[in-house]
Structures are given as structure tokens and as C-alpha cells.
Design a protein around this ligand. Structure first.
Ligand SMILES: [Zn+2]
Length: 263
């Protein structure tokens, strides 16, 4: 893993900071995941993605159920230490940087953690199977010529079903569509400290970058699905990001509802 960190950092896209970060994670399945930092010129800094967040989102999208070890080429920032507190393996994941191995409790003393906001055992933690029982609130038929395909809608809904929203209880998913018809979905990954939360747009562009895509000008459409009347909405943030990174993209928001048997 140590040997993979430096090559991973070469894949980072930090045009603002010029500080490339690479993170390598070993899953409980034995699979290895990569994460890099992403920055977006002209957008507020909170749209940036940290390498450790990229890694965890990437692992979650692959159905990984826990991380044994994370190796990083720089000390994790406070934001990432807080984000990692969501992991189901937060107590056991080894975090390696600068030649030393730590546990989260060593580097985030007296941490604020999920159990401060929710009763332990009442909601799955991050990387555990999520089961948000949501579906589209109304049927969607793409208009002729629309870039938003049924496949994209399904990817966004699937991302919402698997999203991690134990605090707001507002699952949300987003799918990006490229000119070549490829679809990249991502769901919200909340933090108990709120601000380190990855919004669905960030998770979707992590999936986009993880697949080797580089040019956001290739994004021609985006669909966001979120609960109707929810306390939290990601629409304004998504539109802000897309106006900057893919200004010509078609943007659609569809409402979700709880599945009828859950109401
Ligand atoms: Zn960080």
C-alpha cells in the first residue's frame, strides 16, 4: 500500500492548492481502493473532495463493508479525521502516514461521533448496508432529445437508496451523464459534524473521476433525486457546481417519496 500512495497522488487534481494527496485503502474484502483530492477552480472551497473522502466513497460504491487500513501521503486533515469517524470500522481501521500507524482515537481525541447524535444500533454506520426505502414520487418519462435517460434516473435512485443520511434522514442521489452516454451515480454521505458531508454531486464526480474520466465538459446531463419536502436539499449546491464545471449540462431534479409500506 505504501508503494501505491505516491502513484495515486499523481492522479490528484488540485489546481488551486497544488497539493496532491493520494490515499490507498484496504477493504475487509481484500480489495484495494484509491482516493485522490479534487479541486474546482472558481467554485467555493467546500466543493473540494479530500483524498480520504474519495477513497471511502469509492469503497462504498463498490459495496465494501469495512476498511482495514488507510495509507496516505500526508497527515489527514481535521475534516477527514472527522469524516472517518462515520466508518463502521472507525475503532479498528489503521491509518498510516509519515511512516507511523495510528487508530482514529489516537489522532482525534475525545471525538464527536455518530453515537452523539443517534442511538447506537438504530441506523447502519458508513459502509454497512444502507436500506433507504425510497422511490420516485412520480413516473418520469424523458422528453425527446433529453440527455437524462431511464438508466440515469435508475442510477440516481439506486444511489439514494444506498446513500448514508442517518442525521438528516434525507437520502439523496445524483447521476451524471456524459456525451458518450456513460452514467455515474453517487449518493450523499453525511457526517455527524455536518460540514464534512459529501453531497451527491461530490459523490457522483468521485465516481466520474474513479472511472478515469477527466473532462467535465463531457458532462451533458445531471439528475438529482431527493425526498419531497425534505429538511435538506442539495439542488442549489448541484446547480452552482454544474454552472461552473459543465455549464451546458441539462439539469433535472425529481422528488422521492418513502415507499408506500414504509409510510
Ligand atoms: Zn482532508
Amino acid at each position: 500500500m505504501q508503494l501505491l500512495v505516491a502513484p495515486a497522488a499523481l492522479l490528484a487534481r488540485p489546481p488551486t492548492s497544488a497539493f496532491p494527496v493520494g490515499a490507498i485503502g484496504l477493504g475487509m474484502s481484500g480489495r484495494v481502493y484509491v482516493g485522490v483530492n479534487l479541486e474546482f477552480p472558481n467554485l467555493p472551497l467546500q466543493h473540494s473532495v479530500h483524498a480520504e473522502q474519495f477513497l471511502v466513497s469509492n469503497a462504498a460504491a463498490c459495496g465494501e463493508r469495512g476498511l482495514t487500513r488507510i495509507t496516505v501521503n500526508a497527515a489527514p486533515c481535521g475534516h477527514c479525521r472527522q469524516f472517518l469517524a462515520e466508518l463502521v470500522t472507525a475503532e479498528s481501521t489503521e491509518i498510516v502516514y509519515k511512516g507511523k500507524c495510528y487508530h482514529l482515537d489516537d489522532i482525534l481525541v475525545d471525538k464527536f461521533c455518530p453515537s452523539d447524535l443517534i442511538e447506537p444500533g438504530t441506523a447502519p454506520l458508513l459502509l454497512e448496508q444502507q436500506h433507504n426505502a425510497v422511490c420516485l414520487a412520480k413516473h418520469f418519462s424523458p422528453s425527446p432529445g433529453s440527455s437524462i435517460s431511464q438508466e440515469a434516473v435508475a442510477a440516481a435512485v439506486n444511489a439514494a437508496v444506498n446513500s448514508y443520511a442517518p442525521y438528516s434522514r434525507c437520502p439523496a442521489g445524483l447521476a451524471l451523464v456524459t456525451n458518450s452516454g456513460r452514467v455515474y451515480g453517487g449518493g450523499v454521505i453525511e457526517s455527524c459534524a455536518y460540514n464534512p458531508t459529501l453531497n451527491p454531486m461530490q459523490s457522483a464526480y468521485i465516481a466520474f473521476a474513479a472511472a478515469g474520466e477527466a473532462d467535465f465538459a463531457q458532462v451533458c446531463g445531471a439528475i438529482l433525486v431527493e425526498l419531497r419536502g425534505a429538511a435538506v436539499s442539495h439542488e442549489a449546491s448541484m446547480r452552482t457546481a454544474l454552472r461552473c464545471i459543465a455549464p451546458g449540462a441539462e439539469v433535472v431534479t425529481l422528488p422521492l417519496q418513502l415507499k408506500p409500506q414504509q409510510q
